[in-house]
Ligand binder design. Sequence first.
Ligand SMILES: Cc1cc2nc3c(=O)[nH]c(=O)nc-3n(C[C@H](O)[C@H](O)[C@H](O)COP(=O)(O)OP(=O)(O)OC[C@H]3O[C@@H](n4cnc5c(N)ncnc54)[C@H](O)[C@@H]3O)c2cc1C
Length: 245
Amino acid sequence: MTVGSGSSGAVVANRLSEDPSVSVLVVEAGESGEWSLPITIPMFHWNLYKSKYDWKFHTVPQKHACKGMRDQKSYWPRGRALGGSSCMNGMVYVRGSRHDYDDWAANGCEGWSYKDVLPYFIKSENIQIPDIKDSDYHGTDGPLYVSPGNASLLADLYGDAMQELGYKVVDSNGEDMIGYLSISGLEGNVFMKTKKNSSYDYPDTQLHIATVCGTKDDIDPAITRVNLKSEVLLIAWVFITESIA
Ligand SMILES: Cc1cc2nc3c(=O)[nH]c(=O)nc-3n(C[C@H](O)[C@H](O)[C@H](O)COP(=O)(O)OP(=O)(O)OC[C@H]3O[C@@H](n4cnc5c(N)ncnc54)[C@H](O)[C@@H]3O)c2cc1C
């Protein structure tokens, strides 16, 4: 059973269910969202803020930041639907910094150095940008389409301006991650002009999806009891997972 069906939970459940001998139950707190227009239209995420597809988190009052915000609290949107925050994110395809992965490995996380994780980034990606298609850092056979962010002519003007100011224009997912993100900014999650969230790739095999739209008090424990033969994976985003655990 996986709890949480966001960017990571959806992918993990999908991969587990590729094994026909494994039966996977996905439990997700939000709705499907499959028919929600703001979820399917690229870059419509503003329309999802504070909607039923958002957890609507706020930080505690900040002492030194958020001085223009009510009670000095920062609003942190988070996706609450099948697909999680991939339903509302800004679609910019940026991998983590290689230095962070290497730091994790140096601190004992075996198998998490940048060298270790890079093959998985490559495997998951289907890059649609001709200039970097042949780069050793990109893949062309994976399910995640990455296309040029050329929706606005301004993107190229920004690139020119940054170069004029002496900044390097780079492929931030390539060898040199520091500089201005080139190729007009990379976009992920888009295929045939439709936004894709992580849950769309669920295969039909051995996968059961339960969306739990209610609080603990709304749910009848008699009909939500699940007997498991194997593991429970908590993949409900970094803050929430800890509170469930
Ligand atoms: C507005 C916005 C813009 C962003 N822009 C970008 C961007 O341009 N580029 C980029 O790389 N990243 C961006 N991100 C970040 C990116 O979307 C997240 O880092 C990523 O989606 C996190 O994946 P996750 O699987 O950890 O969590 P999520 O995708 O958030 O998934 C967690 C899931 O767990 C579910 N859940 C929580 N608690 C429970 C429970 N008790 N029971 C069952 N289910 C539960 C949630 O409803 C959710 O569906 C953005 C995020 C937001 C909110």
